[in-house]
Design a protein around this ligand. Structure first.
Ligand code: GCV
Length: 684
């Protein structure tokens, strides 16, 4: 990136520092990349060519020549349009690319790049850079890739006053004082980071749309939104906005936002025409409706298909999409009510509507039925919905996973989601397959709540950059393994020192299980301080209206979600998952307390009782969190000292906070159950 800040020591470059390449490889390949040639007559490949030039310059320390045709004696990268039928090119989709090494007649190196569009070429360039920096570029290099999932987007939860809901890395890079920031430099660098991992969409504002943000779709702000759209467009990224369902009332002076009222439809039709006059390729709307006090069609006695379709009809003439969130539940529940179960809510609201949505409506479904907890089962809407377009929603920002003060590499959690077999098309109907190979005319995508802010290193915790990186990589190719992605990220960010690569990759890989082991046990979730959600409070949400209960008493803990005796949530899954979850003996133990109410003396498969497991995992987790500090310290002198200190401070905080978690949880359950730790460790 341009030298806007003291990039290296502040972590601003993220995985884009380029300086990190292995010097031996640079020696070996510097003659391969002497020139760049863009096939004459093609347009739209400029960003790709610029990015390639910039990266080669930084890696090889020499500006590549821009030549009109491949020189016979110099190593050249040839960018050309893929158009030829009957060969590999024909398999490329609009975002795909092909790169292969060959030689000119005179034996000079030729690296041929093919793509159908400038965006495909751009992704190819970033892929090539990644392979060079990770040491996987070779003499017979030959790859052809298409993204597995069509829509790959980030949701910003940024507000126009500059705050970010659930943001842990400073203020918004987009907004301050109710205005869109004028300095777009940082926004462009963000677009590059996004494109480098293949992301192609961004929602620019929080799903909770407040008064000022409601006006983003008016002439007061649309010229500025259009300016942002221009920046993102050059990196192949479409912009979307979250909208307020009540806009016809708030902005249009109507007395209703009823989706079946003709005046409301006409208002949105006019609004769509206005938006597209500013941004011809505007992506569409993201809508949080009838959820956590946001307005929606329920107010008018209409269902969510009626609500979404009205907007969809307005956007359809322009190719726009309505992304409609399924995060709909009663957040004013009585905690004494054991029949209502928040976990059932999205399923119960949306399954009856399957097949009723317009073809440009996408249902956006959180990965679990509750809310981004450290461990939840996969939402049964995956596999349950058959005829609706779907987007999987993940959360990169670590609301419930340590708020970027704790290390928690999320690729493994997401991989569990993507690999979950829904059985909806028989065995091997994983979520990844539903998203990457949808059938029956269904369209799909994947999105995630971003974790960046205006902290110099983007993510507060330097190592939390790995989560942004791995989200993009998994969206591009959900078959990638978390460890492969972690290592790629480390090599590009920290360079090729093997000890550094092994240590940081290992820390990332262990971090999710470490975090899980000292926080809430076996899928029960929550147990956090209400409001800000940081730190332990076992009963924090127990007597609240949010539908988030653990039901612990002196005998046991857990929510009975069986069909036989509980809330029936286990029955929302297709067999065999429904039967597996129904029985505590077959239920995966990491989800045991999500589905079952279990006595403390229940014997787990490991041969220890539930209560002993709670004690053991919390003692062990806190110890392993302390171990992360030691592992990091072993890198002193091998990585940038500023980065070293920043991360060390966070890991030390994590280690101490893990002790707090351990002691609060263990003491709570010791006091509830009265059963001492078999190993006699200190419990308060
Ligand atoms: C943006 C949770 C979070 C809220 C968030 C909401 C949502 O409830 O705590 O901050 O609101 O999810 O996803 O809409």
């Amino acid at each position: 990136m341009k030298k806007r800040y003291d990039n290296e020591s502040q972590g601003y470059d993220a995985w884009f520092g380029f300086k990190q390449a292995d010097r031996r490889l640079i020696g070996q390949y510097s003659s391969v990349f002497e020139n760049i040639c863009i096939d004459p007559g093609i347009q739209g490949f400029e960003t790709a060519a610029n990015e390639l030039k910039r990266a080669l310059e930084a890696i090889f320390g020499r500006t590549p020549g821009l030549v009109p045709q491949p020189a016979s004696s110099k190593g050249t990268v040839l960018l050309r349009k893929a158009a030829m039928p009957d060969n590999e090119d024909a398999q490329l989709d609009d975002e795909g690319f092909l790169i292969r090494r060959c030689k000119t007649e005179n034996g000079a190196a030729l690296t041929i790049f093919e793509a159908k569009t400038g965006t495909g070429a751009l992704y190819g360039v970033y892929s090539l850079i990644r392979h060079i920096l990770c040491g996987s570029f070779s003499d017979d290099f030959h790859i052809a890739e298409n993204p597995a999932i069509k829509i790959r987007m980030l949701n910003q939860w940024d507000n126009m006053d500059g705050s970010i809901e659930r943001g842990y890395a400073g203020k918004s890079i987009f907004y301050e004082n109710d205005m869109i920031k004028k300095d777009a430099g940082r926004i462009e660098d963000y677009a590059r980071l996004m494109a480098s991992v293949g992301l192609n969409g961004i929602v620019l504002n929080n799903v909770n749309v407040h008064e000022v943000e409601t006006r983003l779709i008016t002439k007061d702000y649309l010229p500025e939104v259009a300016r942002l759209a221009d920046i993102f467009r050059s990196y192949g990224i479409k912009v979307f906005l979250s909208i307020n369902y009540s806009s016809p009332v708030e902005l249009g002076g109507l007395d209703t936002a009823d989706p079946l009222d003709d005046r409301v439809q006409a208002w949105w039709d006019g609004k769509a025409a206005e938006i597209y006059s500013y941004i011809p390729d505007f992506g569409g709307f993201l809508v949080k409706a009838d959820s956590e006090f946001r307005p929606g069609p329920f107010t008018y006695g209409r269902n969510h298909a009626e609500g979404a379709n009205m907007l969809a009809k307005a956007l359809k003439p322009y190719g726009g999409k309505v992304i409609w969130r399924c995060f709909v539940y009663n957040c004013r529940q009585d905690w004494r009510d054991r029949v209502t179960d928040r976990a059932n809510s999205a399923y119960d609201n949306f399954i009856p509507l399957d097949g009723l949505f317009e073809d440009n409506v996408y249902l956006q479904i959180k990965n679990g039925p509750m809310d981004f907890q450290v461990r939840e089962p996969v939402s049964p809407l995956f596999g349950g919905l058959k005829k609706s377009n779907m987007i999987l929603e993940l959360q990169i920002t670590q609301e419930y996973t340590g708020q970027q003060r704790h290390l928690c590499y999320l690729a493994q959690m997401w991989k569990d989601v993507l690999d979950f077999d829904t059985y909806c098309r028989g065995k091997d109907s994983t979520v990844a397959k539903l998203l990457s190979d949808p059938c029956d005319g269904v369209h799909t995508g994947i999105s995630a709540v971003s974790n960046i802010g205006d902290d110099m290193n983007w993510t507060g915790h330097d190592l939390a950059q790995a989560n942004l990186y791995c989200f993009g990589r998994l969206a591009w190719d959900p078959s990638l393994m978390p460890e492969t992605i972690a290592r790629e990220w480390v090599l590009q960010t920290f360079g090729c020192d093997a000890a550094v690569a092994d240590t940081i990759t290992g820390m990332l890989m262990d971090s999710y299980h470490i975090y899980e082991s000292y926080t809430s046990p076996l899928g029960i979730g929550w147990m956090v301080n209400p409001g800000h959600h940081y730190g332990p409070s076992v009963d924090g949400y127990e007597y609240s209206a949010w539908g988030t209960y653990h039901r612990a008493d002196h005998e046991g803990i857990g929510v009975d979600r069986t069909v036989a005796a509980g809330t029936g949530f286990a029955g929302k899954y297709l067999p065999p998952n429904s039967t597996i979850y129904e029985d505590p003996k077959t239920c995966p133990e990491e989800l045991l307390l999500f589905f079952h109410r279990i006595p403390y003396k229940y014997m787990l498969k490991s041969g220890v009782t539930l209560i002993q497991h709670i004690y053991d995992s919390h003692f062990e987790g806190a110890k392993r969190a302390a171990g992360l500090v030691e592992r990091w310290k072993s890198l002193e002198g091998r990585i940038d000292p500023h980065c070293f200190s920043r991360v060390l401070a966070r890991l030390e905080e994590q280690a101490s906070h893990a002790c707090e978690w351990r002691d609060v949880i263990n003491s709570y359950f010791f006091r509830k159950s009265g059963i001492p730790d078999e190993k006699g460790r200190t419990i308060y």
